[in-house]
Design a protein around this ligand. Structure first.
Ligand code: SAH
Length: 265
């Protein structure tokens, strides 16, 4: 890996993984420990920051820059401006993000803005929520027989942007692709209506909320009953929704053991 000269402006976009400190990478820990300014996303648990900084004498300045949909949050432009200013002032800036910085993390926009100011950008991948949810459920996202690929999509279109055409995505999923939806629980009833135009209601479905964290909850159901299940179980953000045949075995098992069905893990 490249290391920057002490004087050249530098910033790292670091993936913190889904929440469990055990899912931090060694690279993430090394970069976090190198920071003088740490900008922390609200999906990053305190446990992750504590674990990464354990034993470090000089703590970085920590700035919490939450950006959760629907909540009061720091505007993205402000965060980018802060990163640029601090890096140009000679600080070692580390932007710690939930999951992976390049999967629905707006890392692309940030890297572009930083590079435009001559700031060297280092990226550290993190375990994205889809992967953590799949491991939690014990089901793969791809399978030689059931799923020839996986689509990671957002259920929350950029304000003013063109929304995804859910019937088309459903048609692709029906070809044998697992569909993983980030940021989908809040607007799920509309999404479900669109998906039912291309997928049968009995398509296996799962929701994992707070994957990898102590408060994790998961439900297994079918597409046609997902909206009702989300409401009944009070599931909210952050949650991952998985649809597809890869869940078939898990769903059958859950039906045999009712305690696991539609209940907190
Ligand atoms: N960069 C992140 C995604 C950020 S977008 C990543 O790679 O995981 C925020 C969305 O990610 C949430 O609305 C939710 O859909 C998902 N998410 C993030 N952390 C999660 C977790 N621990 N459990 C379930 N979903 C999570």
């Amino acid at each position: 890996m490249k290391s920057s000269a002490a004087s050249s402006p530098w910033c790292a976009l670091v993936g913190a993984g889904p929440g469990d400190p055990e899912l931090l990478t060694l690279r993430a820990i090394r970069l976090i420990r190198r920071a003088t300014v740490l900008l922390v996303d609200d999906l990053v648990s305190d446990a992750v920051v504590e674990r990464a900084l354990a034993g470090r004498k000089r703590k970085p300045r920590i700035v919490h820059v939450g950006k959760r949909g629907g909540c009061r949050s720091t505007p993205q432009e402000f965060i980018i401006r802060l990163m640029i200013n601090e890096a140009l002032a000679g600080e070692r800036v580390v932007r710690l993000k939930g999951g992976d910085p390049f999967v629905f993390g707006r890392g692309g926009e940030e890297a572009e803005a930083l590079r435009a100011h001559g700031i060297e950008v280092e990226i550290a991948s993190g375990i994205t929520a889809a992967v953590a949810a799949s491991a939690t459920l014990g089901v793969p996202l791809t399978h030689r027989t059931h799923a020839h690929g996986v689509m990671l999509v957002t259920g929350h279109a950029k304000p003013g942007g063109a929304p995804l055409h859910w019937p088309t995505l459903a048609a692709a999923a029906a070809q044998g692709l697992t569909l993983v939806i980030y940021m989908g629980v809040a607007e799920w009833p509309q999404l479900q209506a669109g998906l039912l135009q291309g997928l049968p209601p009995e398509t296996p479905a799962a929701v994992v909320q707070h994957a990898s964290l102590p408060q994790q909850r998961q439900v297994l159901t079918v597409l046609g009953e997902l909206a009702e299940t989300i409401t009944r179980e009070g599931l909210g953000s952050p949650a991952i929704i998985i649809l597809g045949d890869v869940l078939r075995g898990a769903l059958a098992l859950a039906a045999e053991t009712p305690l696991q069905h539609a209940q907190a893990a």
